[in-house]
Design a protein around this ligand. Structure first.
Ligand SMILES: CSC[C@@H](O)[C@@H](O)C(=O)COP(=O)(O)O
Ligand SMILES: [Zn+2]
Length: 211
């Protein structure tokens, strides 16, 4: 199997797992996996597809600028430029974007602060944070309709080989050194968001707690 084929299968498997979680409502979401490093080429989901389906037109190979490498009738994801920023600025191998109710509500509740923070929660270790009093900060950016503007705002928070950025009332984009790590971070953030929203039902004052 070629590298391209094995990366295709890897991304298709991640897509199937996220689909099982019902994280692709209304054709939302897009996924990418790096295939080559110098120059960067990556597989990205084709735009507008039902990502719950597994077909041989699910992904296309794009270059470091997000342009299709070969002539194709498929359109790269509308949000390809965000994935471009991940591979331009880091050594990440996989980036994932999903819309969920929980990540949308969290992004709205904490949107005016520009970030949501988590402390004392075991699952922040998914971000490789191990200190007892460590704080995980997830930035929240405005949902600019103009994708180059959105990508620029996103890019300001792309700093390491693994990370996460919320887009207000839109969704989350995460990345990791490989598909395993990106999926781990995505699952951890969704756990933390669900936890925080549940906590606020019982302890509304927690909203005003500044870590
Ligand atoms: C149909 S709503 C979702 C889109 O506007 C977009 O935010 C999204 O996540 C999927 O776009 P796509 O171009 O299919 O990658
Ligand atoms: Zn989206």
């Amino acid at each position: 199997m070629s590298i391209l084929e094995s990366k295709w299968e890897e991304l298709a498997d991640v897509k199937a797992e996220l689909a099982e979680r019902d994280w692709f409502m209304g054709t939302s979401g897009n996924l990418a996996i790096k295939v080559n490093s110098a120059p960067v080429q990556f597989l990205v989901t084709a735009s507008g597809k039902d990502k719950r389906k597994r077909t041989d037109e699910d992904f296309l190979l794009v270059d470091q600028f997000g342009r299709p490498v070969e002539e194709t009738h498929l359109k790269p994801s509308a949000e390809t430029l965000l994935h471009v920023e991940v591979y331009r600025k880091t050594n990440a191998g996989c980036s994932l974007h999903v819309h969920t109710i929980d990540n949308n509500v969290i992004s709205e509740v904490y949107g005016d602060r520009g970030e949501v923070q988590f402390q004392g929660q075991e699952l922040i270790k998914a971000f490789n944070i191990w200190e007892d009093d460590a704080v995980l900060k997830i930035p929240i950016i405005p949902n600019y309709a103009h994708i180059p503007t959105l990508a620029k705002a996103f890019s300001e928070h792309v700093k390491g080989d693994a990370g996460a950025v919320l887009i207000r009332n839109h969704g989350i984009t995460v990345w990791g050194r490989n598909a395993f790590e990106a999926k781990k971070i995505l699952e951890a953030t969704e756990f933390l968001f669900r936890y925080q929203l549940r906590l606020l039902e019982h302890k509304p004052f927690q909203l005003f707690k500044v870590v």
